[in-house]
Design a protein around this ligand. Structure first.
Ligand code: ADP
Length: 626
């Protein structure tokens, strides 16, 4: 039998050059590098034995059969050693491979060794008879076991691929399969020795793709970058958490101040005092909106901002935005014009709160950055694209072409010196853009410096209401009549409610807001005190603050509910909270609360909730708020 050994010789030469290179110019002191070098050695040794056995098989008639069996077995052991080193090299790249995987790999290799050893005595795989090489019954067992090793290792690479970038895993799979492919070709062709050549090829790929000094340097830099990124993420999260908790802490006293101020505005007859209180209201609301912006931004940055879609009525958003901005526009002598396509549908499915926020930001900017003229808000619905379109056009100061790039960056205010007298934080547009992005929408700006700007937002929204929206201004007139009606309240003398809040000022505000109703209001300043009071007096409603020291409102609520001897165990409990995060309402309702009121408490909301919970039977004929 004659074998072509030229590929083996080529492999030995190439691997010798690689070995010299790895020892000198390409040297690095890493476990991976050492393993590749060990692999190169073992392939050289096995290729040399392969060449020798090619001759001893060929000249078998001149050599004792036992010697030939031993030499060929030696080749088998050296090949198994090559496979073992190759697998070790791969495992080095996947440190999180399970102990079970490593064990299976070892068992397969031991089985290869066992069969090769047994063969020396049994000739089950191959034997020599009178110098002729003869295949045994289980000749293919070593190939089958080697393939099992390769596929098992492929499984290890795939299941642990998160350890390494995809490109590296691909190189390792190539390293794994090249010798296998060459082995299969050798099995088919028969007399050309190709395995060592395949192994040399894979060693080359491994060396130049993964184990050169440049590659190590790259890996080190990448690792450093990854650590730096992780540190930056942690620092950023700490910043967001700090901002969120600080904003929350600030909101509580501001709510108190604004609540007390509402009392002053309601009760004082002195025009001078009312003017002062009105200024407190404006400044306080401004401060509250800055805090809310910071809270929103920190929520967006930490990925905690959620878009919560539900059915909503677009007219009510338009109306809210109009009411919120009309005073400021009038004060500046600007026309605030709201227009809409009267045929557009009135009901949509989306996040009402965020859409209102986006519209408000754009409208309030329009008013802020316009000295004279108008701010025109247009709404339409592009049915073919399913897009709600909101555009806000002003005749204001406009934006320079070169400033456009900074418009949506956080904390970035354009032309600082010119706009110094205009209040702002530079957060509004950044938040707006991020909210629009979260809803898969787009925002674009057209502006002429000195003439004005148009901001256009398009947000995909499903239509849920089939009625026409009608003209906004016409509907507004109807609405004004309705809201005149709603300025009335109810009276319910003899009814009793309990308010539990640790902040005394909040309790005072609460009492003031319900004053005209003639309801008896008892107060408690902690969860524990509140529970004690519920044991003595039967209330129609309990208003419970959420965040209180020692026992919070949710816990106090559950204690009242679960104590069946408590005369108030089934009394409706309304949660009061400064935790005005969207989505909180439903989680409070799931908890079992009857209603949810966010702070600062709006008198209208409090009256509506109270009247609703007392039920028609409790309320006396409507009367004016005192
Ligand atoms: P700010 O709180 O400063 O208003 P924004 O993020 O809302 O922050 O806006 C960022 C900057 O973009 C503003 O400081 C202002 O210079 C510019 N800008 C925003 N809206 C307009 C507008 N309608 N016309 C002109 N400039 C605007």
């Amino acid at each position: 039998m004659y074998y072509n050994i030229s590929f083996d010789i080529a492999a030995i030469l190439v691997l010798t050059v690689i070995e010299v290179g790895m020892k000198t110019v390409l040297y690095t002191d890493t476990p991976g590098h050492k393993l590749v070098r060990r692999y190169v050695y073992s392939v050289i040794v096995s290729a040399v034995i392969d060449v020798i056995t090619a001759y001893t098989i060929c000249y078998g008639y001149m050599i004792p059969d036992t010697l030939n069996v031993l030499l060929n077995s030696l080749y088998q052991f050296s090949s198994i050693f090559c496979v073992a080193v190759a697998m070790r090299t791969i495992l080095n790249y996947y440190p999180s491979a399970s102990a079970k995987s490593v064990l299976i790999n070892r068992i397969l290799l031991y089985m290869l060794v066992a069969f090769a050893s047994l063969n020396v005595f049994t000739g089950w795989m191959f034997r020599f008879e009178n110098g002729v090489y003869i295949h045994g019954r289980i000749y293919y067992i070593s190939y089958i076991l080697s393939l099992a090793v390769v596929f098992h290792m492929l499984y290890v690479v795939i299941t642990n691929r998160v350890d390494r970038p995809a490109a590296i895993s691909r190189i390792i799979i190539l390293f794994l399969f090249l010798p296998t492919i060459f082995t299969v070709i050798q099995m088919i062709v028969g007399n050309i020795l190709l395995i060592a050549f395949g192994e040399a090829f894979s060693a080359l790929i491994m060396l130049f793709a993964l184990e050169t000094p440049d590659y190590r340097k790259l890996m080190k830099t990448m690792k450093e970058l990854e650590i730096a990124r992780e540190e930056a993420t942690i620092a950023n999260r700490a910043k967001s958490d700090f901002l969120a908790s600080m904003s929350h802490e600030i909101r509580t006293p501001i709510n108190g101040i604004l609540g007390m101020n509402t009392m002053i505005l309601k009760d004082s007859g002195d025009p001078q005092v009312i003017e002062y209180a009105e200024n407190i209201r404006i400044a306080g609301n401004g401060l509250l909106s800055i805090i809310n912006d910071i809270l929103d931004l920190s929520k967006i940055e930490s990925g905690r901002m959620e878009i919560i879609p539900d059915n909503y009525d677009l007219f009510s958003i338009m109306n809210d935005c109009y009411q919120m901005n009309r005073m400021r526009a009038t004060e500046k002598g600007l026309d605030l014009i709201f227009e809409n396509d009267p045929d557009m549908p009135d009901g949509y499915f989306g996040d009402e709160v965020r859409i209102r926020q986006i519209m408000n930001n754009l409208i309030s900017n329009g008013i802020k950055y316009t000295k004279e003229g108008s701010v025109r808000v247009k709404l339409g619905y592009a049915e073919n694209h399913g897009m709600l379109e909101i555009s806000v056009e002003d005749t204001g100061i406009g934006i320079k072409e070169e400033d456009m790039g900074n418009l949506f960056k956080s904390f970035s205010r354009l032309e600082e010196s010119r706009n110094r007298h205009i209040e702002g934080t530079g957060l509004g547009l950044n938040i707006t853009k991020q909210l629009v992005n979260m809803m898969q929408g787009t925002i674009d700006v057209k502006s002429q410096y000195g003439k004005g700007s148009v901001f256009t937002v398009r947000i995909p929204q499903k239509v849920t209401g089939k009625r026409r929206m009608r003209d906004f201004t016409a509907r507004l007139k109807d609405n004004v009549n309705v809201s005149k009606d709603s300025k009335t309240t109810f009276r319910a003398p003899g009814r009793k409610v309990l308010v539990i809040d640790d902040v005394k000022m909040n309790v005072l505000v609460f009492k003031g807001l319900l004053r005209g109703t003639e309801i008896t209001i008892d107060c408690a300043y902690s969860g524990a005190e509140g529970i004690e009071m519920t044991k003595k007096t039967r209330y129609d409603i309990i208003f419970m603050d959420h965040l209180m020291p020692e026992m919070d409102g949710v816990e106090a609520f559950h204690r009242i509910r679960e104590d069946k001897d408590n005369i108030n165990h089934d009394t409706p409990v309304v949660v009061l909270t400064a935790n005005a995060i969207v989505g909180m309402r439903s989680s409070y309702m799931e908890e079992g609360f009857a209603e949810y009121i966010s702070k600062p408490i709006e008198q209208r909301e409090l009256l509506d909730v109270t009247e609703g919970l007392l039920g028609d039977t409790f309320s006396l004929p409507k009367d004016s708020v005192s």
